[in-house]
Structure formats: C-alpha cells, structure tokens
Design a binder for this molecule. Structure first.
Ligand SMILES: CSC[C@H]1O[C@H](OP(=O)(O)O)[C@H](O)[C@@H]1O
Length: 390
C-alpha cells in the first residue's frame, strides 16, 4: 500500500501528491515552515494526513527553537551566569532562570502552532494535531522535563498520531465494510484513501476492507475538479490495489447513479459539526443530493479527530477558498478567460439530513447525530488516547 509520509532521521519525507499519477517524487522537510507550505500546496493533503504532517512539523519546530538557544548558549560561554542559566534550562534544574527560558521556548512554539494552523482552514485535524503537541509541551514543562526529554516525548507523540491513524483507519474499514452491500457498486468523491491519511484510508479504507470480503463489484471515482484528486489519486490508488475502478467527470455522477446501479456512496470528511453536518471536498453536497434523489445511501467515513465538537452545526465550518487560477486552467491549459470572475471554494457542507451514517473507528454513527456524536465525544474524552501524562 502506498506510503504518504515517512519520519526518517529527524526529517519528514512527504510523497509529493501534486506529481501523481505521472511520477512518484518525495519532498524532504526539516523545518515546520516547509511542511506548512506542503500543506498549503496540497503536496500533502487529506484531513488525517495533514494532521499527522502537522504533528511531525511541531517536532521540527521544537528542535529549531532549541537549536537557536543552544547556539546562543555556546556564544554565551563568555559569561558564567548566562552559561549557568542555559545549563540549568538544558538539564532540567527547577530554578527561576530555567523556568523563564522554558516559557520563552513555549512562546515560540505557540507561534509555530499558529503558523501551521493558518496553512489551511477547513480540515480540523490540522489544529487538533498542533494543539495536542503544544498542550503536551506545556505539560512537560510543568512536569520539569528538560529539553532532551521534551524532545523525545514530543517525537513519541507525533509517531503515535501517525501509527494510531493507520490503526483507526483499519478499524473504520472493518465497521464500514458491514454497511457495504454484496455486489457493491460504489461512488466516491475526491480522495479519501491512503494518500489522504497515514495509510489504508477512510472512505477508501472501507472500500479496501469490503474488497477483501469480495463485496466490491465496481467503484466509480469522480475526477473532482479543479485539482482532480479523484481521477489522479483515487483511480491510481485503487488500480495499484487491483480494485475495480471507473473514473467519471463530476457532471456524470447523477447519470451514473441512474444508469450504473450504484447502490452506495462513501466519501471522506474534513470537519464534522456536533449535529452531523459535514464539510468535505467541493462537489460532495451535490453528490449527496443526487444520492438522496435516487434513494442511494450516502455515508461519510472519518476518524474522531475529524469531529469538531465545539461547532453546533455546519454553518460555522470555515470553507477554504483557493486561487482562482486553479479554475481558469485544466492540466496546465487555459480553460477560462484570464480576467473572468471565479468562485473556488475547496469544500462544501453536506447537511446531516442527507447522511445515512458516519463510519468511525468507534463504529457507525446513526441519526440523530447530535445524540450519537455526543456519545462519541464521551468515548473519546474517556480514552484520552493522545493526552500526554508525566
Ligand atoms: C480522509 S479525508 C480526505 C478529504 O480531504 C480532501 O481534501 P483535500 O484534497 O483538499 O485535502 C477531501 O475533502 C477528502 O474527502
């Protein structure tokens, strides 16, 4: 199965998804700024993958911040007092000087968190990941960890986010396969596959698990303009795994539902509000309306980290608008006058009433979603999976 990212020798190596399916190229990131740029350019993309990349980016940020102070400390050899200050901070003594310096480090760490959060606004997994890394560093400081210990613990936490994502996707696949009918003819939109996660995928994870059970007759993959995640990435992923796939343009989805025996629609998600309203790639809302009109069940597949329990409904979800030139061109060719107005929202919101179920790693949530999502929140808080403890 395709790898989306690798954490190697203190660097984050990202598969450059803008080059697929023509070529497989990797980007080596040793600063959080370069990871932020990769997120903004969709070199790495997909809500859970963005979250994991951001967690590793926070480790890179911490190391650069500390490196700067260590360089200052080396230059401070001329003054014993300064050296004592730095020595106290580096080796975890509890005196005022060390604490003061630790707070300075955390202030810069918060800036890195804010910079990463600004790279893309819709997928809540991004801010979920940067918050859990920052909160952990604050707890480590309160617990009196020195810098080498803090570094090691932050790296372990980022690796846990990565590994848990794959485990959660596998679990989601098992639960999701139960709602996939025999002889399934599935329509999916955009790419919610291994490429959108740390592995296995969410919507495509369900399809992979159902395929293992011999349930998948055909998958229809919307090309998903303007950036073509469906034709470039989903079709490529499914072909790599010998899963039957047919690519269609976005305007063929409704007619395909009417004429091709599609009996289930499954997509991913980027942010799910407390009432079940779901933000996903632009075009998902139209697919959900068409599915409703044809009596086809429409499912969302997403891990708990995609839920924003603080939002009452979908009207509060920030929708990213991207550069107009993504619409004015198509595969590098002009597809509209250069001075034409363009509306280029990267996501839309599907109201909960159009959703038959939300497939998660804890099971399939059913309407009324305000109740089933509240139960999910309780399970997540009780599990405290990513809460750092001394
Ligand atoms: C597994 S969530 C994937 C989700 O993210 C995609 O958006 P983008 O390609 O812009 O990152 C799309 O909404 C997918 O459903």
């Amino acid at each position: 199965m395709v790898e989306t990212m690798k954490w190697e020798n203190g660097k984050l190596i990202l598969l450059d998804q803008t080059k697929l399916p023509v070529s497989v190229e990797w980007i080596s990131c040793d600063t959080y700024q370069r990871v932020g740029k990769a997120i903004q350019k969709l070199e790495v993309r997909g809500a859970p993958a963005i979250g994991a990349a951001a967690a590793f980016a926070m480790v890179l940020a911490w190391r650069k911040i500390v490196e700067k102070y260590e360089t200052k400390r080396d230059a401070a050899n001329t003054s014993n007092m300064q050296l004592q200050t730095y020595a106290a901070m580096l080796y975890g003594s509890h005196d005022h000087a060390a604490k003061k310096l630790q707070q300075q480090l955390l202030k810069k760490f918060l800036q890195a968190r804010n910079d990463l959060d600004a790279s893309r606004p819709t997928a809540v997994n991004l801010s979920w990941a940067t918050k859990l890394m920052y909160d952990a560093a604050c707890k480590m400081s309160e617990a009196g960890l020195d810098l080498p210990q803090t570094d090691a613990e932050l790296e372990k936490l980022a690796v846990k986010v990565y590994e848990q994502d794959i485990a959660k996707n596998r679990k989601m696949g098992e639960y999701g396969a139960e709602v996939v009918p025999e002889e399934a003819v599935i329509l999916t939109h955009c790419n919610a596959g291994a490429l959108a996660t740390c592995g296995w995928g969410t919507a495509l994870g369900v399809i992979r698990s159902a395929h293992e059970q011999g349930k998948v007759k055909m998958v229809y993959s919307d090309e998903t303009r303007p950036l073509l995640q469906g034709s470039r990435l989903t079709a490529w992923e499914l072909l790599e795994d010998n899963i039957p796939v047919t690519t269609i343009t976005d305007n063929m989805a409704a007619w395909s539902m009417k004429t091709k025996g599609i009996n289930i629609v499954i997509t991913g998600a980027d942010r799910i509000a407390a009432n079940g309203d779901t933000a996903n790639k632009i075009g998902t809302y139209g697919v959900a309306l068409a599915a409703k009109a044809h009596g086809i069940p429409f499912y969302i597949a997403a891990p708990a980290s995609t839920f924003d329990f603080s939002l009452k409904n979908g009207t509060q979800i920030p929708i990213e608008e991207r550069n107009a030139n993504e619409v004015r061109s198509f595969q590098g060719k002009v597809s509209a006058p250069k001075n034409v107005n363009v509306f280029n929202p990267a996501f839309d919101v599907t109201p909960a009433k159009l959703i038959a179920g939300i497939i998660t790693e804890y099971g399939v949530l059913r309407p009324p979603f305000s109740k089933s999502i509240k139960e999910l929140k309780t399970k997540v808080l009780r599990e405290e999976l990513f809460t750092w403890k001394a």
